[in-house]
Ligand binder design. Structure first.
Ligand code: G3H
Length: 540
């Protein structure tokens, strides 16, 4: 890539097509508490796009609007609304039959789908995700919600029977925990947030949700859909800093579940502020440093293609991204050459431009943070092996491929979460294995090779280091039916369409000793449908 192309990336951009453009700034003044869209007249935070536009003689981030910076007082208002909706497990929502909760959810999806274009446009403009991926994030989320309702039907069907062990009859179902505080990440502000919030809600919990740092305005079109689909106080949406809002909620000891995808530093501060740690359940998706191991007999073309998309999709801003590549020394030269050539063929530009992969970065300090990692590696003997790698133009950074990295460098250990690809060669397979054993992270790995003996020898030790060993493909979360989790410092709890229903609920049962009185009670309760819980009705 020529330096001039990078320096002109904003100037040479084609304007966004009419249907993908955002014409007016959105001063988002409302928050959702207790079924009411309340107006906020206090301080706000400006929202700037990673896309820069010309102002005078310079290119600056386009202003998209603003959102409320709420205080502890509004968090407490949300808590009160959630408490009264849950009513210590006696509220309408936690006691509602599953069939009716599903109807509320399907109504929400219907209203959500009507907002697709607006949500997708904000996704693209707020975080710089290219248009097809922004659209995919929306569609994947809709599919996730529908799959969740189907999974819950199955769960309910399996629970709609009475079991007998010894002299005890029992009916076992899954019930909610209570109040869930939920925050998602900026790289999947819709999908990953909803992958927490939707199962939490549908299992009968009530939710206080605060959008991520970036990707906030995209929730605006959905606020009314939330308000119109659920009983008041069941879903509350607040805005502001995580520590001031969710942190304040945690301190009350009234939060039952902390559901968060983001960095461990914030998670730990928030989690520790809960005064009753045994009551608090945490479902967390945190940092990862997924390696790729490219063996001597790997299909190099395939490995390069998967490693390019694994390390640079959405500019490397995915928790599942490949964040360090171990390549066998016998092929590292060829691999590096092909990797750099492939990188040079990637289109960079604005997120609406056709075929674009490298786009501007939403976090203001990200280019400088990436530069510090590159400088550290170069100081310690590595090289930027692609032309103009690491060149910065305002919010845009051209990806850098760094070789050879070693254990003295920050890039070897730290999660970069950006467009920098560290490569290291290895002679003995024990090197990358030891790297994973020593790592604080344990999410996934990708191995590339063609010999089943060698792959088998790697699969067995690695499945106990991470939770997903990908063979000849990049690391990824999907398909959403599969478990998504991590060992060590990478996660708490497992998410998938079905697993999420479990993590947001607890088994609870009714047990009756086998005697005449109980037989009569059970029969009357079942025949006359006296209880919503103790029931053998089959959900159609
Ligand atoms: O940021 C982490 C995401 O869970 C990654 O999801 O693998 O589908 O991009 P993905």
């Amino acid at each position: 890539m020529q330096e001039s192309e990078i320096k002109n990336v904003f100037e040479s951009a084609t304007p966004a097509p009419e249907n993908m453009d955002i014409k007016h700034e959105l001063e988002q003044k409302v928050y959702l508490v207790g079924g009411e869209l309340k107006t906020w007249n206090g301080p706000v935070q400006d929202v700037y796009s990673p896309v820069c536009v010309k102002e005078g003689n310079e290119y600056v981030r386009k202003r998209l609007g603003s959102f409320p910076v709420l205080t502890e007082a509004e968090s407490m208002e949300a808590l009160q609304a959630a408490q009264s909706a849950y009513d210590l497990g006696r509220g309408e929502w936690p006691t509602m039959p599953v069939k009716k909760r599903i109807q509320h959810m399907l109504n929400f999806v219907k209203l959500m789908k009507e907002q697709k274009q607006e949500v997708v446009n904000y996704l693209m403009w707020e975080i710089g995700k290219n248009y097809p991926d922004s659209e995919k994030e929306f569609d994947r989320t809709v599919e996730y919600i529908i799959d969740t309702t189907e999974a819950l039907k199955n769960l309910d069907r399996n629970s709609s029977r009475i079991e007998k062990k010894g002299d005890i009859y029992a009916q076992i179902r899954r019930g909610p925990f209570g109040i869930v505080a939920c925050m998602g990440p900026y790289n999947y502000p819709l999908n990953e947030t909803f992958a927490l919030l939707i199962p939490a809600l549908i299992m009968g919990n009530v939710v206080i949700f605060k959008p991520a740092r970036h990707g906030v305005l995209l929730m605006h079109p959905l606020l009314k859909a939330f308000k119109d689909s659920f009983p008041k106080g069941v879903i509350n949406v607040i805005y502001g800093s995580g520590r001031a809002t969710i942190g304040a909620l945690m301190k009350t000891g009234k939060i039952d579940v902390f559901a968060f995808i983001g960095n461990s530093e914030s998670a730990n501060v928030i989690k520790k502020s809960h005064p009753k740690p045994n009551r608090l359940r945490s479902i967390l998706g945190l940092e990862a440093k997924n390696p790729a191991i490219v063996l001597a007999d790997a299909d190099i073309e395939l490995a390069v293609n998967e490693c390019i998309s694994g390390s640079l999709s959405f500019n490397g801003q995915r928790c599942t991204a490949l964040k360090v590549l171990f390549v066998h020394e016998s092929i590292v030269e060829e691999f590096n050459k092909k990797f750099v050539a492939k990188l040079e063929s990637l289109k960079m530009g604005m997120p609406w431009e056709k075929g674009v992969m490298i786009t501007p970065l939403p976090e203001k300090d990200k280019p400088e943070q990436m530069k510090a990692l590159i400088d550290d590696a170069v100081e310690k003997g590595a090289k930027v092996i692609n032309k103009n790698g690491g060149t910065i133009n305002a919010s845009f950074m051209y990806p850098a491929v760094i070789y050879p990295v070693n254990s003295t460098m920050r890039l070897y250990h730290e999660e970069q979460f950006g467009p920098v690809v560290p490569i290291r060669s290895f002679r003995n397979i024990s090197e990358p294995i030891q790297y994973m054993v020593d790592s604080n992270f344990g999410q996934q790995v990708s191995i590339f090779g063609t010999d089943s003996d060698e792959i088998a020898d790697l699969v067995d030790p690695l499945v106990n280091q991470v939770c997903r060993v990908n063979v000849n493909c990049q690391c990824q979360r999907g398909p959403d039916a599969f478990p998504f989790n991590g060992r060590k410092d990478s996660a708490e709890g497992t998410l998938s369409v079905t697993a999420a229903l479990r993590v947001f609920s607890i088994r609870t049962m009714v047990a009756l000793k086998d005697n005449e009185v109980n037989k009569k009670i059970a029969s009357e309760m079942l025949d006359q449908r006296k209880s919503k819980f103790f029931s053998t009705d089959y959900l159609l």
